[in-house]
Design a protein around this ligand. Structure first.
Ligand code: NAD
Length: 551
């Protein structure tokens, strides 16, 4: 067994693989485990509780060696973080096909998953951890910013200035919350039980200050709110204790959500368990720990509902805490909505979702060039321009420089073409890896999140993500993945991802055009099928064919 070591993606234009498609997969795989990027790289954990990039260090080594050795007409197969085969395919085929954490329906639960994981037979891939397109906390930042912007538009006259948001969790994804709130000019109090995560977010400029206890947190928050000054405050504590405490004090909270790792009861710290005992206790007594975590989540969610009763805007931010709280005995857990039906679905109807790209050169100047390209491509989109300008100013890169922005049908293909031209002309110094989150318009079935409350009741239909992976495989993506359980945990989601490499060649241009057209189009047709008129209009505008609407 090889030992843990520090991993960092190669930079520059010297290849250690046999082509840029393979080199891109290799660099993005390694980038996921860069200590600047991954939350717990020593355990191969990238983010989202236990979301891993490879099953173990031996698999890490064999994936690395396989990608270096892979020909341009071969495909590497990865089964839950372990390389299991290399097959002769063709140059339009993906260089890597990945299936992570998939279990047959009746077996798709945490205890069975953990049994198999302990046997060394599987790993948890989350969404972008096991599919090698995690770009650090920025990856969720724009989605979180858009969500809070939608809250501001719905309830607070278009800005969060003069409001206080209460949330919890400063992990890989949750760490985006404070910056997303302050980008919307609001004040955030974020409860986190791991002091090192608070410090990490301050270091990465996602969080402004750490309060010394709840009294100081409230004092700072109220002062900033009254001055309509954006401020984010981290406070050490257990959300299951702090949320009810703030409620009983009548704290002036306007918005409440949560992003602890509630999807996995072993990754949520129950009340009464000292932080230092967490991992040992969870490993020694997983069933007892699960019960205790769910009871605590019930208290946590009960307080969220209490804030809602008192008039606050409350939503679930995609971690399945409502269902865990229901399991923990709280019957009103679903009294507040998930963020997708509340704010995001109209964007999904337009094929809009978290488009992202990374500069394989490692040179921030390449991302600056792409930022400018996006501003030039969509000059009429002031909202997008505001985002790009803020991201340029306020987002610190983690690992390979990268950018995210939500683009829709037609826009993604246009951006892909432009990026490929910039690589071809040498204005960008090395190829770009262009991908997205699995949380996207047509790539996921997740009834407590992306597909909650679909108009036709099709929330749990999981044919869509499978078709999405097949479409991307058929269209020329560089690597394609199918995962289970991301975001919301075992048994609750199926989802797919793709990454395509802009290496400046004509072949890449042809592939990018198809992938970046067909991938979001899956979202448009999924929403047309479910009866959303907006999606019908988008399909018509973009010539997306839907046979059931023809003839
Ligand atoms: P993470 O594991 O990196 O971080 C979770 C944090 O929660 C940790 O820092 C942990 O210490 C803290 N925590 C756990 N129990 C706590 C408690 N009782 N009180 C206070 N803090 C506690 O996970 P992450 O990557 O930040 O993801 C968080 C959740 O969001 C996961 O459930 C993930 O599946 C979900 N998620 C949502 C979206 C979205 O778009 N909304 C996207 C990706 C992931």
């Amino acid at each position: 067994m090889s030992k843990a070591r520090t991993v960092r993606a190669a930079r520059g234009t010297t290849l250690s693989a046999k082509g840029w498609q393979q080199e891109a997969a290799l660099r993005m795989f390694h980038n996921n485990l860069d200590p600047e990027v991954a939350e717990h790289p020593e355990d191969l954990v990238v983010y989202g509780g236990t979301g891993k990039a490879a099953r173990d260090w031996r698999s890490f080594d064999r994936i690395t060696a396989s990608l270096r050795d892979l020909e341009g007409d071969e495909t590497l197969l990865v089964q839950s973080g372990r390389p299991v085969g290399i097959m002769r395919t063709h140059e339009w085929a993906p260089r890597v096909l990945i299936a992570n954490s998939n279990l047959v329906g009746d077996w798709a639960n945490w205890p069975e998953f953990r049994r198999l994981e302990a046997e060394g037979l599987t790993m948890y891939g989350q969404m972008t951890a096991g599919s090698w397109i995690y770009i650090g906390t920025q990856g969720i930042l724009q989605g979180t910013y858009e969500t809070f912007a939608a809250v501001a538009a719905k309830r607070f006259g278009g800005s969060l200035a003069g409001t206080i948001t209460l949330t919890a969790g400063l992990g890989g994804m949750g760490g985006a919350q404070p910056l997303a709130v302050t980008m919307n000019d609001g004040v955030a109090i974020v409860v986190e039980c791991d002091g090192s995560r608070i410090d990490r977010r301050i270091e990465h400029r996602y969080l402004d200050v750490r309060a010394d206890g709840l009294d100081e947190a409230l004092e700072l928050a109220v002062r900033a709110r009254d001055e309509r000054r954006p401020l984010s405050i981290g406070v050490l504590g257990n959300a299951a204790e702090v949320f009810p405490e703030l409620l009983s004090r009548g704290a002036p909270i306007d918005i409440v959500t949560d992003q602890t790792s509630a999807h996995d009861p072993l990754a949520y710290l129950p009340l009464g368990v000292p932080f230092g005992d967490w991992k040992d206790l969870a490993a020694a007594k997983p069933e007892e720990f699960t019960l205790r975590a769910r009871e605590s989540m019930a208290a946590h969610v009960e307080a969220m509902v209490g804030f809602q009763d008192a008039g606050a805007e409350v939503f679930d931010y995609g971690n399945s805490i409502r269902d865990e709280a229901r399991e923990g005995g709280f019957t009103r857990a679903f009294d507040f909505p998930g963020f997708v039906p509340a704010y995001i679905r109209p964007l999904f109807c337009e094929g809009k979702g978290p488009f992202r790209w990374a500069a394989l050169s490692g040179d921030p100047a390449d991302i600056a060039r792409t930022d400018q390209a996006v501003l030039d491509l969509f000059p009429e989109n002031e909202h997008l321009a505001r985002w790009i300008r803020m991201a340029r100013e306020r987002v610190a890169f983690q690992g390979l420089p990268a950018r995210i922005c939500w683009l829709g049908q037609g826009e993604r293909a246009a951006a892909g073409q432009r990026f490929n031209e910039l690589v071809a002309s040498g204005e960008i110094s090395a190829p770009l890896a262009i991908g997205r989150d699995h949380l996207d318009t047509g790539s996921v079935a997740s009834p407590y999140r992306e597909t909650e409350g679909m108009r036709d009741g099709s929330d749990a239909i999981a044919d869509w993500p499978l078709l999405n992976a097949l479409v991307n495989t058929s269209s020329g993506a560089s690597w394609v993945s199918i995962h289970h359980g991301g975001g919301v945990g075992m048994g609750r989601s199926l989802h797919a991802g793709q990454v395509s490499v802009a290496d400046g060649t004509d072949l890449a241009a042809a592939k990018l055009d198809r992938v970046l057209t067909n991938d979001p189009a899956m979202g448009v047709i999924r929403h047309v099928d479910a009866g959303y008129e907006k999606a019908e209009r988008v399909a018509e505008t973009h010539g997306i064919r839907v046979p059931m609407r023809e003839g």
